[in-house]
Design a protein around this ligand. Structure first.
Ligand SMILES: *[C@@H]1O[C@H](CO)[C@@H](O)[C@H](O)[C@H]1NC(C)=O
Ligand SMILES: *[C@@H]1O[C@H](CO)[C@@H](O)[C@H](O)[C@H]1NC(C)=O
Length: 291
């Protein structure tokens, strides 16, 4: 009897914890301005957002909901002209000192010099897993699609549907994976001229302010998180369980080729190749197949 009861309560918990949803997407419905409100604005029909940095403040938004797994899309047009010293961020994160986090950060540069795309992932409060890339286009000329794809099997960072990085779940080999904490979506812009551009050599030129990053068409195709529960799938009877299908839990060979192309041509830094930093103790996931 006891075990039946336990089973039933697990089923019940799973059902409420993973109530899935194609969450209503517009910024005006699903996000709020959490910082620098006098600067930021949600525009048009609620599908456009601009975040502003000037000498008085940066600014940021966050999603009202937290999610557990999903494909979180954002179109972003980065600060044009002289953006040196500025950082624009787009990431998902849980809270607390054991938090999980998956990041895109865009490090500005002087006019005509390349932005750096900085990626990282934290599991249970530990990050230090940076990979950095240059881009194969001018990210200030137009909107581009930056997607964080996060399912029980892997995390994939996509730019315009090209996978640039994968972090696979090797939890069964003792490597932490973000699958137990709901994460909110955040975007922000701030001054980081102590490190962002050429390692802090180039300072923000406030004569070029205000610095404006533009965001469009936020789409969190994700499972709503309503409380702690163990790893599970998002409502297995729902149409949104597409991320568990084979095509979503592993890159196709064409996508592996794309990822290799990005790494061969645009990778600047990979923590897995930085043995010195880790005192020759390279983190264990670096020895696992990631894509
Ligand atoms: C953005 O990229 C993701 C991942 O490839 C893709 O699923 C989605 O359809 C793209 N969205 C747009 C608006 O292009
Ligand atoms: C800025 O441009 C310089 C010179 O091309 C380059 O070395 C650097 O990586 C670029 N990006 C950043 C964020 O510093």
């Amino acid at each position: 009897m006891a075990s039946l009861q336990t089973l039933l309560s697990i089923l019940f918990f799973t059902a409420i914890a993973f109530h899935q949803g194609l969450v209503d997407a517009k910024f005006s419905k699903s996000m709020y301005i959490s910082w620098g409100a006098h600067h930021s604005a949600i525009l048009g029909n609620g599908d456009d957002l601009q975040l502003v940095l000037d000498q008085s403040s940066g600014s940021g938004v966050q999603s009202k909901r937290a999610f557990l797994f999903g494909s979180i899309e954002m179109l972003i047009k980065l600060v044009p002209g002289n953006s040196a010293g500025t950082v624009t961020a787009y990431y998902v994160s849980s809270t607390g000192n054991m938090h999980d986090e998956i990041d895109f950060e865009f490090l500005g540069n002087i006019s005509g010099e390349p932005f750096i795309v900085h990626t990282n992932i934290y599991t249970q409060g530990i990050g230090s897993r940076e990979q950095q890339f240059y881009l194969w286009f001018d990210p200030t000329a137009d909107y581009h699609n930056y997607t964080i794809h996060w399912n029980p099997t892997e995390v994939v960072w996509y730019i315009d549907s090209l996978p640039i990085r994968v972090y696979r779940n090797y939890e069964n080999e003792g490597i932490a994976y973000p699958n137990k904490q709901g994460m909110r979506v955040y975007s922000s812009i701030w001054n980081a001229d102590n490190w962002a551009t050429r390692g802090g050599l180039v300072k923000t030129d406030w004569n070029s302010a205000p610095f404006i990053a533009r965001f469009r068409r936020f789409r969190p195709r994700a499972c709503k998180w309503v409380g702690p529960a163990s790893t599970s799938l998002c409502a297995s009877n729902s149409p949104a369980n597409w991320w568990t299908s084979p095509t979503y839990s592993q890159l196709s060979s064409a996508q592996m080729g794309q990822l290799q192309w990005v790494r061969n041509n645009y990778l600047i830094y990979d923590y897995c190749q930085d043995a010195k930093r880790f005192n020759e103790q390279i983190p264990p996931e670096c020895f696992k197949k990631q894509f």
